[in-house]
Design a protein. Structure first.
Length: 491
């Protein structure tokens, strides 16, 4: 039998409301904390969002989703920022992190970690660099289209090598001065290209393509050839090697300065190379372009052409109306050719002028007598692969694939790609786009931009008047009436 003291204690425990409520409170607090912890864990573990916009402009496209789901391994996305902070990139990059657990986003302060930025090939704030193992890819701009393209390039197999001609007065790849090309390897490294200098003596061997459409041979040594700013004439065998290289289905970028003497530096006409390009439909004009005589153009210098308008082409598709600068440029002329199809990329402003000579020292040029633009400054071309059947083709299989069409880009200037200009405005993106197009990387994916939908409420004059009267008189009267009713009820 229970003792008297035990009965008193049991009765006290059962009947004490204070103790019971205290236990209930502790239980409630524990349950609420467990619920909050569980909700917090689930939200972090399964980070999902809902896009209620009519055009789903806050949701990544199906193309990006498929690319993210098919990733073979983990990818790191690093956004490099400086004084502006990382806020402009967080909204977009966080959507990629939600697509796949293999995508890891990081934000790097360039001022705090300059060595990391240099190792990633970043020279300006606001760039996105993707990495998978030792491979790096750079998105040319902060947009879904460019980031998804970079993801695809990063996961593609095979190495890509850009060969740069050297030994004929071209800017050196090692010179860090304004007239050097040391920033070019940095730019190419950010897009997973290898860079290889090619001397004149080795040009024929380096440009020899061993790939044939009918055999599983190795890829050519050079994926893209860059001919940038030669000061002296190329020998005929080198020009012939360049011609054979492009006609075999490869690609070349020509950055050719106007001939003559500027600031004590002499540039040869390179007639053999000019004759080759003329056969492909591009005539190099022996002139210098002069900037329009307005304040906005002259702030860059009288011989620097500022371009903000571009023709429709994959190379210029991401430039919009942004600025690119071309110091000491020449013009080009597109001529009829059965060998190639040539498309202009951009031209000078309409008020720009062209002169065949910069004049003697101390002697001014009569600008009123100079022809005015617009002048074509850059072109892109594709060689025509159609040709009449040869006797040797009879032994080839009927289903044999045609060789790829050679591609080329010609710009009447090389200084825009040198260290002193490459980091300005959109010059580096123009160069990166040109190399990617030449390497047949331009059609990896096309994601149209999503425009915000308009949700406009249109009111008639009568509806607008009623709305104004309601805000001025009706709502205050309702508040006063409610107050009077409360006062009457309390009485």
């Amino acid at each position: 039998m229970p003792t008297g003291n035990g009965s008193i204690l049991d009765r006290y425990w059962r009947e004490s409301r204070q103790n019971r409520y205290g236990v209930y409170l502790v239980v409630y607090v524990v349950v609420v904390l467990l619920l909050l912890g569980g909700v917090n864990y689930l939200t972090n573990r399964f980070n999902k969002s809902y896009d209620s916009t009519a055009t789903h402009r806050l949701t990544l496209s199906d193309q990006s989703r498929k690319v993210a789901e098919a990733l073979p391994g983990d990818i790191s996305m690093r956004y490099f920022y400086s004084t502006g902070g990382a806020e402009p990139a967080k909204e977009l990059l966080s959507r990629y992190a939600e697509l796949s657990g293999k995508i890891h986003v990081d934000y790097v302060d360039m001022d705090q970690k300059p060595l990391e930025a240099r190792a990633a090939g970043v020279t300006a704030a606001g760039e996105v660099v993707l990495s998978m193992g030792p491979r790096l890819e750079r998105a040319s701009m902060l947009s879904e289209e460019e980031i998804t393209r970079a993801m695809i390039r990063l996961t593609r197999e095979g190495s890509r090598t850009v060969c740069v001609m050297q030994g004929s007065g071209e800017p050196s790849l090692e010179t860090r001065e304004a007239d050097g090309f040391s920033n070019l390897p940095v730019l190419l490294k950010a897009s997973s290209y290898e860079i290889r200098p090619v001397n004149l003596a080795d040009a024929t061997a380096a440009l020899q393509s061993t790939a044939t459409p009918q055999a599983n041979a190795e890829q050519p040594t050079c994926s893209v050839l860059i001919v940038a700013g030669p000061r002296t004439d190329y020998p005929s065998p080198v020009v012939a090697a360049i011609r054979n290289y492009v006609e075999a289905g490869n690609a070349a970028l020509f950055l050719l300065d106007p001939p003559g003497v500027v600031q004590g530096l002499s540039t040869a006409a390179n007639d053999e190379l000019a004759k080759l390009l003329a056969g492909w439909g591009v005539e190099l004009q022996k002139n210098w372009l002069i900037a329009p005589r307005d304040l906005a153009s002259l702030r860059f210098g009288p011989l620097t052409i500022a371009v903000t308008g571009y023709d429709s082409h994959p190379i210029t598709s991401t430039l919009g109306s942004n600025l690119t600068l071309f110091p000491e440029a020449r013009s080009l002329r597109i001529v009829d050719s059965k060998s190639a199809t040539v498309t202009p990329l951009f031209s000078s402003p309409a008020d720009a002028m062209a002169t065949d000579s910069l004049g003697a020292e101390g002697k001014e040029i009569d600008l009123s007598k100079l022809p005015k633009g617009p002048f074509v400054m850059a072109v892109a071309g594709t060689l025509n692969t159609s040709s009449p059947p040869q006797a040797a083709d009879a032994a080839k299989p009927a289903d044999a694939k045609a060789p790829p069409a050679g591609r080329f880009v010609v710009v009447g200037n090389s200084r825009w790609a040198q260290n002193g200009s490459l980091g300005q405005y959109e010059n580096r993106n123009l160069l990166a786009n040109s190399i990617n197009w030449l390497a047949a990387e331009e059609d990896l994916i096309s994601i149209p931009p999503k425009s915000p939908s308009e949700a406009t409420l249109v009111l008639t004059p009568l509806q607008l008047r009623i709305l104004n009267l309601s805000a001025i008189f009706l709502i205050p009267l309702l508040v006063v009436a409610a107050g009077v009713l409360v006062w009457l009820r309390r009485r």
